[in-house]
Design a binder for this molecule. Sequence first.
Ligand code: SF4
Ligand code: SF4
Length: 386
Amino acid sequence: MSTAHPYLPDASSSVGPPLWLLLELTYRCPLQCVFCYNPVDFASVENELTTQEWLRVLQESRALGSVQLGLSGGEPLVRDDVEEITAEAHRLGYYTNLITSGVGLSRERLTELKRAGLDHIQLSFQDSTREMNDFLSHTRTFELKRRCAEWIKSSGYQMVLNCVIHRLNIDHLETIIDMAARMGADYLELANTQYYSWAHLNREHLLPSRAQLERAEQTMRQWRERLKGKMRIFFVVPDYYEQRPKRCANGWGTTLMTVAPDGTALPCHTAKMLPGLSFPNVREHGMRDIWFDSEGFNRFRGQGWMKEPCASCEERDKDLGGCRCQAYLLAHDAGATDPVCAKSPHHHVVLAAVERAQQPRAPEAPLVFRRKESSRALAQRPLPTR
Ligand code: SF4
Ligand code: SF4
């Protein structure tokens, strides 16, 4: 294990525990979403952790202070040990959340998961109509998702629906919210696409225009009022339309630890794309060493790594310079100011993308679905385009 990063000579004394643990149990998924957040080269990741290895990760992280657990993927339910992993997490005292497309769920499995102590389920939809849902995921899954929503509701869980919003479905917001309300959802998360991974590849197709976004916000406000006390709606604005970046993952190495299917431990689920950084594997290192002492987790902790304009910016405590992956994708420098920030010397890249999004014509390049064949081909590409 490498020694502590020079910017943080005694990282363990100033860093709190990884309160959120996200286990990406597998990158396998029957869906092929055009905005998928899995790495573009996911097909080259093999050798998933075994059940016993996941259980050890749970135990060590809990000892470190982790309390919230996300089980995601790919589609976590393609593994047949989610029940066993959930039961151990429950025994250890985690609050457990399953993030699923619904594929692989059945009434029986839901009963088993409940018995194992699962606290929370988040079910994703791609749109409110079968045609668009099935087109965007390149699968026939809409009816299955509807059935899953019924099972979740009748099992006594709070129903949390998630729909990723973008140019191709943002005009359907009215019917998406209506669908969620009819299904009896307690929470609806309308998360505008963040442009990483497959969504970054497809950005020219997916970034909404300003007019679309304004209409969507108005629709959402009206429905929020109408459904007050019945269903809560969260709406996450695409940060390309903001002047300041998000504080990504609540700050690099402050709160979140993600473990990829092959055991690579990451400060966020896309960080593996960053060049020149090594991330430790849970097969070779203990969780304590990984969290406190690894180069990967220390590289962008705190503020010592910052360049100008972040280094002397009075807002740096608020956003910590934004997202390192976005800086790499848009400025080709993981240590740069997130180009979403209007103070970034690369902000023009974001403005140009936003400007193109105001044009009504369709992009020339075709949509790329998250397929294994595309993933293998894209893994050969040296640098992402802006
Ligand atoms: S975004 Fe779609 S393709 Fe990607 S893991 Fe989720 S359901 Fe599967
Ligand atoms: S310059 Fe850096 S620290 Fe300042 S607001 Fe922009 S991203 Fe945040």
